[in-house]
Design a protein around this ligand. Structure first.
Ligand SMILES: NC(=O)c1ccc[n+]([C@@H]2O[C@H](COP(=O)([O-])OP(=O)(O)OC[C@H]3O[C@@H](n4cnc5c(N)ncnc54)[C@H](O)[C@@H]3O)[C@@H](O)[C@H]2O)c1
Ligand SMILES: [Zn+2]
Length: 375
């Protein structure tokens, strides 16, 4: 691996900085001392991040020891308007003025929610993102998209609002569960597939449980996200590359939210989305069969199968119609044209989408029969 990759510790994503690695938290301390000296600081987290990560944050960032902590419940359902209302009211009651700083300490739920609350409170106070999940470190905390869900639709209400900074400290991942870690790996794989074949290959071979081996890959993945955001901060063109796997993935995530028993993490939904959308890439003549098989095989091997009924397919397509990325006359997908390259805005019909979901259903059925020949 090129040594330059390991040494990168500050990047720009559009107009905001991303600090990575051993100096990331020290950089936050420096910023607080220099640019937020008299600011009221609030640290937003959930019951896991405030227990697992806050002590380490305070050890590295003494300026935050006086900050007030605000705890919300973990989980996607916290990206909710009632939670925002409570947070706005809380900030107001505690006398937060426009100079205040909100530090979002957590995964994508906390940075999406915290970023949105900060961007809208008094027309915008500064928000600093300190991601604690792999998903957050390589994707959610970077790039200034903030949002909450409404009426079962993911990210329906939100704004583009750049954080004051993003501080990526990989040791926070030590307490993260395996399933959550893998969810973040899905976005890293996405970054490789749409942009960087070498990254895809490294990820295929990487020992994912080994934090030390994973760290340079985290840096590379965050850098890909930052590069794409810099090219197109407001998602008018190239940034749509990052939507690969998400057109179907978001609808699957919304479907799972509707049912109490069947949970699906964001990255798990994106992984299924990538399998179905890789098939669409092949079906529309953009990707050859061998590459399609390689992508599918790797993703099927890493992520748990998700069983759907034909009625679910119908609902997925209905949910896709609500997605803000789609236009009135049909769906627009980001599809692969190779390993490491993709094309945005490819028109796809509802019938082709249904075929892709069916393809996924058959793939996991075959895989299960293969593993349990008696069943
Ligand atoms: N804004 C964007 O560009 C963007 C990009 C990707 C994803 N997202 C959003 O991010 C969300 C998913 O984020 P996520 O996967 O980080 O989920 P999450 O924020 O729900 O965190 C996952 C779980 O891990 C726990 N946790 C977090 N850090 C921990 C740690 N260090 N140790 C132990 N437990 C820890 C959390 O409490 C939670 O239970 C989705 O809502 C998705 O839409 C946004
Ligand atoms: Zn995503």
């Amino acid at each position: 691996m090129a040594p330059s990759r390991l040494m990168v510790d500050e990047l720009m994503a559009g107009t905001h900085p991303v600090m990575l690695g051993p100096h990331a938290l020290r950089a936050l301390e420096r910023w607080l001392v220099r640019d937020a000296r008299n600011a009221r600081c609030f640290v937003l987290g959930d019951e896991n991040t405030l227990v697992q990560c806050l002590p380490e944050l305070l050890a590295h960032v003494p300026s935050l020891r006086e900050a007030e902590t605000i705890q919300v419940r973990s989980g996607e359902r916290t990206k909710d308007l009632d939670v925002c209302r409570a947070l706005w009211a809380h900030l107001s009651e505690r006398g937060a003025d426009r100079g205040a700083v909100l530090v979002a300490l957590g995964g994508g739920v906390i940075t999406d929610l915290g970023g949105f609350v900060a961007a809208t409170y008094k027309r915008g106070i500064r928000c600093v993102n300190v991601p604690t999940t792999l998903m957050g470190m390589v994707d959610a905390a970077i790039g200034g998209k903030t949002a909450i869900d409404l009426g079962g639709i993911k990210n329906l209400v939100g704004v583009f609002a750049d954080p004051a900074g993003v501080h990526v400290h990989p040791p926070f991942l030590r307490s993260l569960g395996k399933r959550e870690l893998l969810s973040g790996v899905a976005e890293m794989i996405k970054h490789g597939l749409v942009r960087d074949a070498a990254h895809w290959n490294e990820l295929r071979r990487a020992p994912l449980h080994d934090l030390e081996a994973l760290t340079p890959l985290i840096v590379r993945s965050a850098a890909i996200k930052a590069e794409v955001v810099t090219e197109d901060p407001r998602e008018q063109g190239p940034r749509k590359l990052l939507n690969f796997g998400h057109t179907i993935g978001h609808a699957l995530e919304a479907l799972a939210l509707e049912s109490a028993q069947r949970s699906l993490l964001h990255g798990e939904a994106v992984a299924i989305g990538m399998i179905a959308e890789t098939w669409l890439s092949w079906r529309l003549g953009l990707l050859d069969r061998d590459r399609m098989n390689a992508v599918q095989e790797h993703l099927l091997g890493l992520f748990p199968a998700y069983t759907m009924q034909p009625a679910d397919h119908h609902r997925v397509i209905e949910l896709m119609r609500h997605d803000k990325k789609n236009v009135a006359d049909g769906f627009r997908f980001t599809l692969l044209t190779g390993i490491g390259s993709a094309q945005v805005d490819v028109p796809v019909t509802a019938a082709q989408t249904a075929e892709a979901l069916d393809h996924y259903r058959l793939l996991i059925r075959d895989a299960q029969q293969h593993h349990h020949p008696q069943a």
